[in-house]
Design a protein around this ligand. Structure first.
Ligand SMILES: [Zn+2]
Length: 172
């Protein structure tokens, strides 16, 4: 396939001049190196228990009045290509005469292996949904507050997913 028309499925909606730069990085075989130099740090949050503690401490630091998290886990069934990097669900149940929201967060299993900043990005994203359901301005302001530079990290995470797919398609 000609390189200039390479589809970039994780980058829908980003302006064309950015996509052109990404295609250039791919064509020069520089994408993986860019990511490695910018995001060198792995993380050791491997179990669901560790993931719960990680999100819970972020929640306590930034969203103290949000309802507690009932469950947090890695999930290898999320459809990453269709933008389900994480999932926030809220089930309301009546409990002892009170309506209680039960918040659950699932994070795509690929983040186990991803650089620490990308796990932080998706954790912040899903936690922000505890307060804002929609991807509106208030939502992204909250994300930026919890992770300064959020927009850049989300973009770079999409590059990481792109690089990961490219690696998979060239190694078969
Ligand atoms: Zn979202």
């Amino acid at each position: 396939m000609p390189r200039m028309t390479q589809p970039l499925p994780y980058l829908h909606g980003y302006p064309e001049h950015l996509l052109a730069r990404v295609r250039q990085l791919i064509a020069r075989d520089e994408l993986a190196g860019y990511l490695q130099s910018r995001y060198p740090d792995p993380h050791d949050i491997q179990s669901d228990r560790a993931l719960f503690d990680y999100l819970n401490s972020l929640r306590q630091r930034h969203l103290r009045h949000a309802p507690p998290l009932a469950r947090v886990r890695y999930d290898n069934t999320l459809d990453v290509l269709h933008n389900a990097l994480g999932l926030h669900t809220r089930a309301s149940r009546v409990h002892g005469g009170q309506l209680k929201a039960r918040q659950e967060i699932r994070i795509a299993s690929l983040f186990r292996e991803a650089p620490a900043e990308f796990l932080r990005m998706i954790a912040v994203h899903e936690l922000a949904h505890c307060r804002e359901r929609e991807h509106n301005k208030a939502f992204y302001q909250l994300c930026e507050h919890m992770l300064p530079g959020y927009a850049q990290v989300e973009f770079d995470c999409r590059l990481y997913l792109t690089a990961r797919d490219l690696r998979a398609s060239t190694s078969t």
